[in-house]
Design a protein around this ligand. Structure first.
Ligand SMILES: [Zn+2]
Length: 384
């Protein structure tokens, strides 16, 4: 058994709901880590001895980020598509198909290397929990291997066979829905915790999404959804109806959608990296927060519409473009992400909880937005 004390913490963000206030901050604090768990939190002056002492030097300490939405199992490069989009061409769901072709052609080792490199990037930027989706295979075999590879990096794996209808089913979308909800799901379910559908024009409509999510539930998978990225649809209502843990994007949603979300336990996960990278309108975070909706922020890291692995960058966007306060954005990127994964053991620093702890190279988490693009992660403690 080894113990580590981190003392001389200028500002400790615990997010502990027992303290009432959103981020539950303490000044001049210390904490003790014992075997990957938090064993003690208190005043730095009263910090106990431990095997190892880490002097935080007055820095800010926060819970590790919980990135609840990413697509890391892929091959290929879409930088040219990005360049064209920045030159004024429009974004549609179809670009996904070019990644599908590259992913199908790639070896397992290539896919593993790409995913592993991005997970390392994320960790270096303070992310200690990540959800990873399939969705660039779109055959039974390729979705299966995508999930097997994703599981090597996280338990939070999501079957997204319903990402788009692949080219070979262009004339028979109903046949593809049948495959996803049938044979593909049978093969993939043992390797996934979640099932997700891209419910959007050009991808899947509400009835198709309902059929797929319902089939997933029969296999014990929990629902989450992509919807409202490009237009308003009935996707949010369906997410609430299906008791989805999270409905992601929520840029285009109706007043009734906001009311439905506020009355539900479904989290609205905002992905401002996608709006940044596709030059679309940003979601209205304050409308959701003011209505009492639980809001999370995630990267949506993927090679097409949001190729950032940085939660600090997404926090900066949430503050600058979504008008969230720095405290709201930090909470959304930690405890909010945990809620979007229906987890209570991550996204906070509490005695007995996991020691997923980030020391920022800054006196306050406000710096995450105040100094955008600057590496501010001093040290990461990861319980896994
Ligand atoms: Zn996504």
């Amino acid at each position: 058994m080894t113990t580590t004390v981190i003392d001389n913490i200028g500002l400790l963000v615990t997010n502990d709901p027992a303290f009432g206030h959103l981020t539950a901050e303490r000044r001049d604090a210390a904490l003790v880590i014992e075997n990957d768990r938090i064993a003690w939190i208190g005043d730095s002056r009263h910090a106990p001895d431990a095997d190892e002492r880490v002097d935080a030097g007055g820095r800010c300490v926060i819970p590790g980020f919980v990135d609840s939405h990413s697509h890391l199992v892929f091959a290929g490069d879409r930088s040219v598509e990005f360049e064209h989009r920045m030159a004024g061409h429009s974004y549609g769901a179809g670009g996904i198909r070019s990644t599908v072709a590259a992913t199908r052609a790639a070896s397992d080792d290539t896919l593993r290397t790409v995913a592993g490199r991005i997970v390392e990037e994320m960790r270096a930027q303070g992310t200690t929990t990540v959800e990873i989706k399939s969705g660039y295979g779109l055959t039974k075999a390729d979705e299966l291997r995508s999930l097997v590879i994703a599981r090597e990096f996280t338990d939070e794996t999501t079957f997204l066979g319903a990402h788009v209808v692949p080219g070979e089913f262009a004339g028979d979308p109903a046949g593809y829905v049948e495959l996803v909800a049938g044979e593909m799901l049978d093969a993939c379910a043992p390797h996934a915790r979640w099932i997700d559908v891209f419910c959007e024009g050009g991808a899947f409509d509400v009835d198709q999404a309902r059929a797929i999510l319902t089939a997933g539930r029969r296999h014990g998978l929990l629902a989450r959804m992509h919807t409202g990225q490009l237009a308003t649809s009935g996707g949010v209502r369906l997410a609430v109806e299906m008791d989805a843990a999270s409905v992601d994007h929520c840029t285009f949603i109706s007043a009734a959608d906001v009311d439905d979300l506020a009355a539900s336990s479904t989290v609205a996960t905002l992905l401002p990296g996608a709006e940044f990278s596709t030059r679309q309108r940003y979601p209205d975070a304050l409308r959701l927060l003011n209505a009492g909706v639980t809001v999370a922020i995630a990267t949506d890291c993927n090679p097409g519409s949001s190729f950032t692995s940085s939660m600090p960058f997404c926090i900066a966007l949430a503050v600058r473009e979504l008008r969230m306060s720095p405290a709201e954005a930090l909470w959304a990127a930690t405890a909010g992400g945990a809620a979007a994964l229906r987890r209570t053991d991550v996204g906070l620093i509490t005695v007995g909880g996991r020691a997923d702890v980030v020391i920022l190279d800054a006196p306050s988490y406000v710096y995450l937005a105040y100094r955008p693009g600057v590496p501010l992660v001093h040290r990461v403690f990861d319980s896994k």
